[in-house]
Write a protein that binds this ligand. Structure first.
Ligand code: PMP
Length: 410
């Protein structure tokens, strides 16, 4: 294994528990990940020792809180290799980030302009664009799939000189496929369009370099990368963020306020109206420290090892359909599947009886689920603390589930 798994598991006390008389095997990491004690300690320390409002106070606690909050921004800047801390906006998560970008799109889009996304997008990367299109008269276009992956030829086909925004997920939360977003950014730019990357499922699992990707916007969610819920980052190129109107108005984001008008402060605070989610931003910084110490390349390698280990075993199970790319190395740590004749909710419930936590449903990707012509899928997804033994347990639990529903007993 490329990371010290036993040591890591000791940091995640939550994993050490019995669920339905079985040791917990947590495989719902694409929904949310567990938090190591290092992150929980930082949150507790912040509330016990440093809690104060940021940016406003001159007293010691306010200075400490501000320093920790802004230090966390610097950690996130380094984590995604942004050019400047001004480009790192704290948000509630990926959903907020994508909504903000789509609001910016409303500033720019004209009737007949085009937005290109893919059929594998999460609702968070569909509905804001539907709204932007409806408000501006722009057209929302979809690129479809080939062999469980994005059909690049179709994507190229969908881009025209009218295309103003291309917004694609880096890693699909259903198919698991890793999309070539750097290549797509180049294509988007060749058409004069801006490139938006939904990084909710990539930033937790692989090294991200927004400058190398040359994307214009990138979003991530803290809770999917060992950090707290309710905090995330929207990265945007500085020049674009300067053009972008604030989304919310109030304290913290102003320069001067007059009776009838106001002016905005500089980046990044122009977008952070009101008291921010200080503690969780600091907690996210602690998560970044934790992941960085493990090494993002090692994390990616670890998940590849799990995928390489489990996929052949899963593919051997009769009646099991697996979605997504054939090539394991084009897949992150996400496996969506169905068992012939069984509803994925029943599968997930049966796996839970074996202590295995997976998700079932449409995974906030209904257009994809319709396109795949299924009602739902079950989904297992890995993170840094998952082991080969977890993989074995998944395979065993699926096999038992099949038997159970065949014979009504095991
Ligand atoms: N995009 C993708 C690909 C996701 O997997 C998710 C979370 N399931 C989101 C966007 C939305 O993230 P959040 O709910 O943290 O805002």
């Amino acid at each position: 294994m490329s990371i010290a798994i036993e040591k890591i598991r000791r940091d995640f006390q939550i994993l050490d528990q019995i669920v339905n008389d079985e040791p917990l095997v947590y495989l719902d990491n694409a929904a949310t990940t567990q938090k190591p004690k290092q992150v929980l300690d930082v949150l507790r320390h912040y509330y016990e020792q440093d809690n104060a409002n940021v940016h406003r106070g001159v007293h010691t606690l306010a200075e400490r809180a501000t320093a920790e909050y802004e230090a966390s921004r610097d950690k996130l800047k380094d984590f995604i290799n942004a050019n400047s801390r001004k480009e790192v906006l704290f948000t509630r998560g990926t959903t907020t980030g994508l909504n903000w970008v789509a609001k910016f799109a409303e500033q720019l889009l004209q009737p007949g302009d085009e937005i290109v996304i893919s059929i594998m997008e999460h609702h968070a990367n569909i509905i804001p664009w539907q709204q932007a299109a409806a408000k501006t008269g722009a057209v929302l276009k979809f690129a479809y799939l080939k062999d469980g992956e994005l059909d690049m030829a179709d994507l190229v086909d969908k881009m025209t000189d009218q295309t103003k925004f291309v917004s694609i997920t880096h890693v699909s939360n259903v198919l698991g496929v890793i999309n070539p977003v750097k290549e797509i950014a180049k294509l988007a730019h060749d058409h004069g369009a801006l490139m938006v990357v939904d990084g909710a499922q990539s930033a937790p699992h692989m090294a991200i370099d927004v400058q190398d990707l040359d994307c214009d916007f990138f979003t991530l969610s803290g809770h999917k990368m060992a950090g707290p819920t309710g905090i995330g980052v929207l990265y945007g190129k500085e020049a674009l963020l300067n053009q972008m109107d604030p989304i919310e108005f109030g304290g913290e984001m102003i320069d001067f306020v007059y009776e009838q008008t106001a002016t905005w402060t500089e980046l990044p605070w122009k977008f952070e109206a009101g008291t921010p989610n200080i503690a969780d931003a600091i907690g996210l910084g602690a998560a970044v420290d934790y992941l960085t110490e493990l090494g993002m390349a090692n994390i990616h390698q670890h998940e590849q090892e799990l995928i390489d280990y489990v996929m052949p075993k899963l593919r051997e199970i009769d009646g099991l359909t697996i979605y997504g790319p054939k090539d394991n190395h084009r897949r992150g740590g996400v496996i969506s599947f169905n068992i012939d004749g069984l509803h994925p909710h029943d599968v997930a419930t049966a796996l839970d009886m074996e202590g295995v936590a997976v998700r079932a449903g449409h995974h906030c990707a209904q257009p994809l689920i319709n396109y795949l012509d299924v009602s739902a899928t079950a989904r297992a997804s890995f993170y840094i603390y998952n082991t080969f033994a977890d993989c074995d347990k998944l395979v065993e639990a699926i096999t038992l589930t099949k038997e159970f529903f065949k014979h009504g007993t095991v």
